[in-house]
Design a binder for this molecule. Structure first.
Ligand code: SAH
Ligand code: SF4
Ligand code: F3S
Length: 448
């Protein structure tokens, strides 16, 4: 039996896979465990409670996690008192099967069900427990932010889209928007707690609000306006919007709101209309390009990033050429590119014209060439300019330099003396597809 209250310094270790939602969930998990009297350790083998927050978006996400689980099994056999817990999307997608396949797992729970972990730890029975009901998001959990000055605000959970390749609707359930007043209170609390850059999170953020009761129903752009008014929040970002819901009111918000960053993630997936149809994305290449034109016209300097899937079932060379064409035309500041990966329970996994791995690989390398060339070309617009950068810490490759992010979401490496969490002006001297390089302009620190 585990009596948490009488053993206050139990130690936990969390490994996080997947998207920002999982990272946010892990921060909430850590906050909750700390409030239960646990402390975090760096090494997994020192932990009494070994946790995994899992992702199942592509096959390699599954594989990475399963190899980590092997180590947890060994640690559990060394000390059977250890507790092994598995949360997140993979857990939700296999449900109770997890206990059959991995009998050393003590507790499993779906995404956003972190409070269930507390329930388990406080219960008398430590026999295998699974928690997989979809429930309302519990926003009142304390959260351990990795950086004090950056915070997340989960505005909705779940997804009502039916993209034929995607496992998320089955792991995260139906879309549910959280109450706007509650969100603003949370944003205010985060601002008081030191958050300067706030990222609104949801699977499809710009469909926010449609499911709210009439009396509290607002649009995503209205929510942006309300968040912009929160004192202390200097930068607002959001992830991810869906091109089908990227309407004029959101672009207007970008034009008008001072805090809203000059960056829009517009996931393309494919540049071929027939493939988009089979993907069930509900927009065509033309409609997508209309959105891009609208952004370029109203927000010429805005960073545009995207996600692209290569080798979706039935993708021909001509379909793929259309994707290359769109990448060439748009000139993304960054693109996340993925080989299509069949996911259990999805429509696309059953399609019979799967593309061979070698073909995906060859197309991917051509795609990356175009993506990088266009990103490099596009990044040259920053050279010679002075950009506002939020300092995140030392540069990864050269600890004598600093690293931060511009409002366009460009990584910037620079010479300077500022501290993490400070805003500085950086004069950009060169640009590659991935990073900008420059130096801090003296006496230009922006105090907040
Ligand atoms: N809700 C967000 C993010 C979804 S997951 C959105 O719609 O933009 C992030 C990205 O993973 C997707 O945009 C897609 O490009 C990729 N992805 C999702 N399922 C995939 C699969 N089965 N194979 C390959 N890539 C996939
Ligand atoms: Fe998946 Fe599509 Fe929903 Fe994004 S919008 S989470 S890709 S189903
Ligand atoms: Fe992965 Fe779930 Fe996010 S499948 S990408 S952790 S929504």
């Amino acid at each position: 039996m585990l009596a948490v209250s009488s053993t206050p310094m139990k130690q936990f270790h969390v490994t996080t896979f997947g998207c920002q939602m999982n990272q946010h969930d892990s921060e909430r998990m850590k906050g909750m465990l700390t409030s239960l009297g646990y402390s975090e350790v760096e090494q997994r083998d020192q932990a009494d409670l070994i946790l995994f927050n899992t992702c199942s978006i592509r096959e390699n996400a599954d594989n990475r996690f399963i190899s980590h689980l092997g180590e947890a099994k060994r640690l559990k056999s060394e000390n059977p008192e250890r507790i092994v817990g598995v949360g997140g999307c993979w857990a939700q997608s296999v449900k109770d099967e997890v206990f059959r396949r991995f009998p050393f797992v003590d507790v499993a729970f779906g995404p956003g069900q972190i409070h269930r972990l507390a329930e388990f730890l406080n219960s008398d029975s430590l026999s295998a427990q699974g928690y997989f009901e979809f429930e309302e998001f519990s926003g009142d959990l304390p959260s351990h932010r990795e950086r004090q000055f950056q915070g997340w605000l989960q505005i909705s959970q779940g997804c009502n889209c039916a993209c034929s390749y995607c496992i998320v609707p089955s792991t995260r359930g139906r879309e549910e928007s959280r109450d706007p007043d509650l969100l603003i209170t949370e944003a205010e609390r985060l601002a008081v707690d030191g958050v300067r850059e706030l990222t609104l999170l949801g699977q499809n953020v710009n469909s926010y609000g449609r499911d709210l009761p009439v009396e509290s129903r607002i649009r995503f752009s209205d929510l942006l306006r309300r968040v912009d008014l929160v004192e202390g929040i200097e930068r607002v970002r959001y992830m991810s919007p869906h091109p089908k819901d990227m309407r004029e009111d959101v672009i207007d918000a970008h034009v008008e709101l001072k805090s809203l960053c000059e960056h829009i993630h517009l996931p393309l997936q494919s540049g071929s209309s027939p493939i988009l149809k089979r993907m069930r994305r509900t927009y065509s290449r033309e409609r997508y390009m209309d959105r891009v034109s609208m952004i370029r016209e109203r927000l010429p300097d805005c960073g545009i990033t995207t996600d692209i899937i290569v080798g979706f079932p039935g993708e021909t060379e001509a379909d793929f050429a259309q994707t290359l064409e769109v990448v060439e035309q748009v000139g993304y500041d960054q693109a996340f590119t993925f080989n299509y990966s069949p996911r259990r329970g999805t429509l696309a996994a059953e399609m019979d014209d799967q593309v061979p791995h070698a073909v995906k690989k060859e197309r991917m390398s051509r795609l990356i060439d175009v993506v990088q060339r266009r990103a490099r070309e596009r990044a040259q617009r920053f050279v010679g300019r002075s950009l506002e950068v939020l300092v995140e810490g030392p540069s990864r490759n050269d600890p004598t330099r600093l690293r931060g992010r511009s409002r366009h979401s460009k990584a910037v490496n620079f010479e300077g003396t500022a501290l993490p969490g400070q805003f500085v002006e950086v004069e950009v001297t060169s640009a590659t597809s991935q990073t900008l390089t420059g130096s801090e302009r003296l006496l230009s620190r922006i105090s907040v």
